[in-house]
Design a protein around this ligand. Structure first.
Ligand SMILES: C[S@@+](CC[C@H](N)C(=O)[O-])C[C@H]1O[C@@H](n2cnc3c(N)ncnc32)[C@H](O)[C@@H]1O
Length: 295
């Protein structure tokens, strides 16, 4: 299998992680392993990299793709990064750096193992679980929630202007919604033409469902807080986010650490991809990097 995902803000992330070759680093979002591999290459035999992903398909891909490079000091584990404290219990050392490159990988969008992450994959079922051991799929949410609850969900997690109209149409047509295409066609019917800009009108609905299925925002809050507590002084956390809900959580958490005197913000100005990176990799367009250092 080939690599699909192009790592975003790679050069900038490596610079900010400021890697100590003997240090202990955690990549919370392994994906196709692009960031992890570059971090690993900078480590000596005494250094250690732990890479985490909650998607077993990402773990399987990286273990096969990098099989000739993976050594004892590159550990790869399937887990949600909100459990980072339990994962590192066996290592009696503090962490030098943590990376979170949030959201979905290009592999999950283009080769999803029939999980319907992308609104372009019309024939896939509405599943959206990154971790297939999770109990609730996107379709279950559409069935179980009331019209009012769905409206709130699309408003809160999708910031979708037509949340109410979309929720009503979903509940009225629930018996005929099975696939990605069933949902995207319904959204096309409901959302007024004026709203149908160059961006797909289902974008926000899909974002909202994915956030809830994977409990993304709570995992982020928990993962950030646990990571910061486990960092050694001068250790750093780099977070790359892709939408305003994630970015707000990171920004507020980092600002609180600055106010309490525990953290030093290294990115007073947000780090965004260069025009060249966006041209080469359009998926990087909405990326924002924020970095904090523990005092
Ligand atoms: C944008 S991709 C990372 C790409 C990676 N940096 C690379 O260079 O290939 C995000 C990855 O993080 C994983 N992920 C997202 N949220 C997670 C969480 N809470 N815990 C563990 N993995 C998560 C996803 O399954 C996905 O594979």
């Amino acid at each position: 299998m080939d690599k699909i995902h192009v790592p975003v803000l790679l050069k900038e992330t490596l610079e900010y992680l400021n890697i100590n070759p003997n240090g202990f680093y955690i990549d919370c979002t392994l994906g196709d392993g692009g960031h992890s591999f570059e971090i690993f290459k900078k480590l000596s035999k005494e250094g250690l990299l732990l890479s985490i992903d909650q998607d077993q398909h990402a773990i399987d891909f990286v273990k096969e793709y990098y099989k000739d490079s993976i050594k004892e000091n590159w550990e790869i584990k399937k887990s949600n990064f909100s459990k980072i404290d339990t994962l590192i219990k066996q290592h009696s050392r503090e962490i030098d750096g943590v990376l979170m490159d949030l959201g979905l990988s290009s592999r999950q969008l283009e080769d999803s193992y029939n999980r319907g992450f992308s609104y372009l994959e019309e024939n896939e079922p509405l599943d959206m679980r990154m971790d297939e051991e999770l109990g609730v799929k996107a379709k279950d949410i559409l069935v179980v929630l009331s019209e009012k609850e769905l409206t709130m969900l699309f408003l809160k997690y999708g910031e979708e202007k037509y949340a109410g109209k979309i929720a009503r149409a979903i509940k009225q047509n629930i018996t005929s919604i099975y696939t990605v295409g069933d949902l995207t066609r319904l959204v096309y019917r409901v959302v007024p033409a004026a709203h149908q800009s160059s961006k797909n009108p289902s974008r926000r609905v899909f974002q909202a469902l994915r956030i809830v299925v994977n409990d993304e925002l709570n995992s982020l809050k928990e993962g950030l807080d646990k990571s910061f507590k486990l960092l050694k002084p001068k250790g750093r956390i780099c977070v790359i986010s892709f939408h305003s809900l994630e970015d707000r959580i990171v920004k507020d958490y980092f600002n609180n650490l600055v106010e309490s005197g525990e953290g030093l913000l290294l990115t007073k100005e947000i780090i965004a991809p260069t025009d060249q990176e966006v041209r080469d990799n359009p998926r990087s367009a909405s990326a924002k990097l924020r970095v904090i250092e523990k005092i």
